[in-house]
Design a protein around this ligand. Structure first.
Ligand SMILES: [Zn+2]
Length: 275
């Protein structure tokens, strides 16, 4: 039976920075790649001039589909929760529940249904810190872990960034390219994962073009505020440095023996899981 690799993210554009290269690589290698986002990202900061033809949620939904096309995804699904906002301040109203305050069991049930339907052999989620700590991202970690448990998905990779490399890259880049004054590299000192925790280091340099297209598809986010300025700053980086910083994607698979760094995102799958 055909298997699928399911990439679970909080908001449209999270896939671009964290897993786009891995998605493009797996799709190019003939695997079925499915992108699932918990929310439409309607609380994201965005340049008003970039939001045309509908609400921000509707625009970001279109942007996500464009990104998915660039990466070769076979399917895009929304879990249907509301974006909790950067500080988790969105409160439940008449509309959908903010993802950060959603019932983990219920949200995991929705994702597990999709994992079963797709015969997923791989699910990606986030590290327990939720990367830089957005409450929706922390929830992706919880919901992803539980959904895989319910569905019996054999491999869960927590998408992260090599914090040691990120801090070094930001220091180097800041010497050459002026980051906006409100961009504070120190906020990354507790973000993502230390190098010692990383189990998978995936070379995605060959897919830099697809990754760049995925990022560029998120037009509203390249010009917004706060965390999204990271994306804007990265997009201003000339190609050689862009490739250096973004040519690798990192994952943590819980329970693997330490000290071994795998290069293939599917390395820990047994043969019968890869149909
Ligand atoms: Zn996000």
């Amino acid at each position: 039976m055909r298997h699928a690799c399911v990439f679970f993210h909080a908001h449209p554009d999270d896939e671009a920075l964290l897993t786009a290269g891995t998605m493009a690589r797996l799709a190019a290698e003939g695997h079925r790649v499915v992108l699932v986002v918990a929310t439409a990202g309607e609380q994201g900061l965005a340049a008003p001039e970039a939001v045309t033809g509908g609400s921000l949620g509707a625009v970001r939904t279109r942007e996500l589909h464009a990104s998915a096309r660039a990466l070769g995804c076979a399917r895009v699904e929304f879990l249907g929760y509301a974006d909790s906002g950067l500080d988790g301040s969105a409160v439940a109203g008449d509309g959908p529940t903010p993802f950060a305050s959603a019932d983990v069991e219920e949200a995991a049930g929705r994702l597990a249904d999709l994992l079963r339907e797709e015969n997923a052999s791989l699910l990606t989620s986030y590290d327990p810190a939720g990367g830089y700590g957005h409450p929706d991202h922390v929830q992706v970690h919880r919901v992803g872990a539980r959904a895989a448990e319910i569905a019996g998905t054999p491999v869960v990779l927590e998408a992260t960034v090599d914090r040691d490399l990120l801090l070094r890259g930001l220091r180097l880049a800041s010497k050459v390219y002026p980051f906006p004054p409100e961009f504070d590299a120190r906020t990354f000192e507790t973000a993502y994962s230390p190098r010692a925790a990383i189990t998978h280091k995936v070379d995605v340099r060959r897919y830099a073009q697809a990754k760049r297209q995925s990022m560029a598809a998120h037009v509203t986010q390249a010009t917004g505020g706060d965390s999204t300025r990271t994306l804007a700053a990265l997009l201003r980086i000339p190609r050689p440095l862009f490739r250096w910083v973004l040519g690798t994607e990192w994952y943590v698979q819980r329970g693997l023996p330490p000290g071994r760094v795998l290069r293939d995102p599917l390395a820990t799958l047994t043969d019968e899981c890869v149909g």
